[in-house]
Design a protein around this ligand. Structure first.
Ligand code: PGA
Length: 253
């Protein structure tokens, strides 16, 4: 595991964008696993800037982690809408090369199978992840068990509360979502987990140095051979370098 600590959110975004650019430029058909939420927004803004400077997304395929059940692509809080807004429209990627689960599918089980077929067809070169304060990745929520493949999940109360700020009322937050499973995430060739802000510091330290447990889904990333936690100083503030001994840690001077 690598840990890279930067002074601020902007430096986190620039580092992650530079790695994404490298993946795009060194693969004939680059396949990116993408995340939503506040954390990756500065990364997508950097990528849009790189695009203005000449980086093309014409050959890229993207596969998003998750989508709310019940929200369609025109709903401003749907993750399809978010991705179109922050990344897909600002760059030159053909929309039919971008995949987000369909939260309005009538048959959700069939939609999960369809999504797994897409994941099998396009093995991920790079997976971008955020982390929930409760340790979730995608919408793989803490619990007694985790699922390997794409599935429908009941959102935890923590997640509903965390995401309520994007909706006019808490009761408008969907209670179900479709999420890629842990196996699909762990099969990515490379993973960048981005975390910024003090409110992520505890989840970050538990994910990196805690026991691997389904109660802390991000701790399963300890199993991956090419994962980098890309943190700002606030998100890294509970990490003790003593505990991180043996890990590859670099802090921006
Ligand atoms: P956030 O969400 O980036 O909005 O904090 C991260 C997540 O829940 O995975």
């Amino acid at each position: 595991m690598k840990i890279r600590i930067f002074k601020d959110v902007k430096a986190v975004a620039l580092y992650a964008a530079t790695i994404t650019e490298f993946v795009i430029e060194t693969n004939e058909i680059p396949i990116l696993g993408l995340a939503t939420g506040a954390t990756p927004v500065p990364l997508y803004q950097e990528l849009a800037r790189f695009h203005k400077g000449g980086l093309s997304f014409q050959h890229v395929r993207t596969i998003n982690l998750d989508e709310y059940v019940g929200l369609g692509s025109t709903h401003p809080q749907s993750y399809r809408y978010f991705m179109n807004e922050y990344l897909f429209h600002p760059v030159d990627i053909p929309l039919d090369q971008t995949f987000v689960p369909d939260g309005t599918a009538v048959d959700l089980a069939a939609e999960c199978c369809r999504y797994d077929d897409i994941i099998h067809r396009y093995p991920l070169d790079l997976q971008i992840l955020g982390i929930g304060k409760n340790g979730h990745v995608g919408f793989n929520e803490p619990g007694l068990s985790l699922q390997a493949q794409t599935h429908v999940v009941k959102l935890s109360q923590d997640t509903i509360l965390a995401n309520a700020k994007y909706f006019s009322e808490i009761r408008d937050v969907p209670t179900l979502a479709i999420t890629m499973g842990m196996q699909s995430i762990l099969q990515a060739k490379r993973i960048l987990l981005l975390a910024t802000g003090f409110d992520k510091a505890n989840a970050v330290v538990r994910a990196i140095t805690g026991e691997m447990s389904t109660n802390m889904p991000a701790s399963l990333l300890q199993l991956h051979q090419n994962v980098t936690f890309v943190l700002d100083e606030a998100a890294a503030s509970q990490l003790s370098f003593h505990e991180a001994t043996g890990m590859d840690v670099i802090k921006q001077a």
